[in-house]
Design a protein around this ligand. Structure first.
Ligand SMILES: [Zn+2]
Length: 311
């Protein structure tokens, strides 16, 4: 659980000069297990993002940490098992919301100037022009997304990335549903993506909201075996096994308090129902290889997106 500290620095004994410094806890592998993880000042993280630095080195592990994720970890901190919001996290979330509002007001005041968004969650209000990206964390998929993200940001286009690998709880689910409604969503399809409940939930959301063909911009990575029917069947089997596994596990416990599990089974079942159709649609689409995309600096993709956003 994240530990968030608010440091009050008293200067010259004056209440007016009290400074509130918001610290964001590190989420690297080393810090995750520490009771006092390394922490970063929110302001300095934001400055880094403004300067288009997307990573920062942890002082404890010397690992490079993704800044969007540090902030997302706090923004999308799920509720604790006992249903109570961690008060410290709630406080930091308020702080982030407040900063976001300030920034939005600021942007409205300077509406002539094209001001860049500082953190991705700020764009919540800009439904229409949002470009969402749905991808599985780690490996080639994430490297590709980082590259895409940087190229697009350099051209002044923001994309909305969200947090993966989290259990389904309020905010996360709402966020995923929002991706589903977005006018335009990039999907980086990999083997991991097709097996991930969170990723597939997003894909199903995109499909359920209609106009799948117009709204989705798929990029199919080499390890996603969607072009061979036999390999595609393996994904169907994967989801059938997941449903079976969960179903059997549920039978072993009492019938009460299974709400979260039932919801999951329903989600898996929905994915199972749609995966054949969705992967089939994806194979029909004219998707470029990741190599061609990055070599051309995503030119073709950008043109297609621009066209879609102007519709
Ligand atoms: Zn760390």
């Amino acid at each position: 659980m994240a530990v968030v500290t608010h440091e009050l620095e008293k200067i010259h004994n004056s209440y007016e000069r009290l400074q509130l410094k918001t610290l964001v806890p590190c989420n690297c592998e080393t810090c995750k297990n520490l009771t006092t993880p390394h922490s970063y000042s929110l302001d300095s993280l934001k400055e880094r993002l403004n300067a288009r630095r997307y990573q920062i080195e942890c002082d404890k592990s010397y690992e490079m940490v993704d800044i969007h994720r540090l902030i997302d970890d706090v923004m999308f901190q799920p509720v604790r098992a006992d249903g109570e919001m961690n008060p410290q996290v709630a406080q930091l979330q308020n702080e982030l919301e407040r900063k976001r509002d300030e920034s939005l007001t600021h942007r409205l005041r300077n509406s002539n100037q094209q001001e860049k968004l500082i953190i991705n969650s700020q764009s919540v209000m800009e439904f229409e022009k949002e470009i969402f990206i749905s991808y599985a964390w780690g490996g080639e998929s994430e490297q590709f997304v980082n590259q895409l993200d940087q190229t697009l940001q350099a051209k002044g286009i923001k994309i909305i990335r969200d947090k993966r690998d989290l259990s389904y709880k309020g905010l996360i689910k709402a966020f995923m549903e929002r991706i589903g409604r977005g006018k335009c969503a990039l999907a980086i399809i990999s083997d991991k993506y097709l097996k991930s409940p969170n990723c597939m939930f997003e894909l199903v959301q995109i499909a359920k909201n209609g106009q799948f063909y117009d709204r989705i911009f798929p990029i199919v990575l080499a390890d996603a075996q969607i072009y061979k029917p036999v390999a595609r069947l393996k994904y169907i089997k994967h989801w059938e096994e997941k449903i079976k596994e969960l179903d059997e596990a549920m039978r072993e416990v009492g019938a009460a308090n299974l709400q979260g599990f039932r919801e999951k089974i329903d989600q898996y079942t929905e994915i199972r129902k749609m995966i054949a159709e969705l992967t089939n649609l994806l194979t029909d689409m004219n998707t470029l290889t990741p190599d061609i995309h990055s070599k051309s600096e995503f030119e073709e993709l950008l043109n297609a997106i621009a066209q879609r956003l102007d519709e």
